[in-house]
Design a protein around this ligand. Structure first.
Ligand code: ZN
Length: 163
């Protein structure tokens, strides 16, 4: 367990220091802005989708190490994949962050974020970039981890109240 924790801290710190795909894609086909008022994480996710392939994906903005590492790993993982794969991975990540057991082969090395699901005040940091990507792929341009606008917020809030 402590090995896993050390690994998760190391991976997150490394991605925070050297975020992958940390740039604006202009032009892009889809983009969405995401904001987490609890922490101040504020990012825009950009994608270029051709047919159903994510040809390029990036993010820009600012926030804590967990949100930045999450966005960095999400974009590295999904570049070149299909939008279907993206939605499946978004669902798997979300399940993991709401405390459900997710098989390693669905989530891969994003498993390092499992430790964050035990820290209620940081869950929304990890989920924010995924939330923004989901919004972008579904044609919405603005999203927040607050407000209960969709089923995601309701799930993420249930049983995970802070303090
Ligand atoms: Zn944060």
């Amino acid at each position: 367990m402590s090995d896993m924790r050390a690994l998760y801290q190391e991976v997150i710190l490394e991605h925070n220091k050297k975020p992958r795909n940390f740039k604006i894609l202009d032009p892009c086909t889809h983009q969405a802005h995401g904001y987490n008022p609890l922490c101040g994480d504020d990012y825009t996710v950009y994608t270029i989708v051709n047919g159903d392939t994510i040809e390029d994906i990036s993010f820009q903005g600012r926030g804590c190490a967990i949100s930045k590492a999450s966005a960095s790993m999400m974009t590295s993982r999904l570049k070149g994949k299909s939008t279907d794969d993206a939605e499946k991975l978004i669902a798997a990540f979300r399940e993991m962050m709401t405390g459900q057991e997710v098989e390693k082969d669905r989530i891969g090395h994003l498993k390092v974020f499992e430790g964050v699901s035990k820290l209620p005040s940081r869950i929304k940091c990890a989920v924010l970039p995924w939330h923004a990507l989901h919004a972008a792929l579904n044609g919405s341009q603005d999203t927040t981890t607050e407000g209960g606008k969709d089923e995601w917020d309701n799930d993420a809030n249930s049983g995970k109240e802070e303090q």
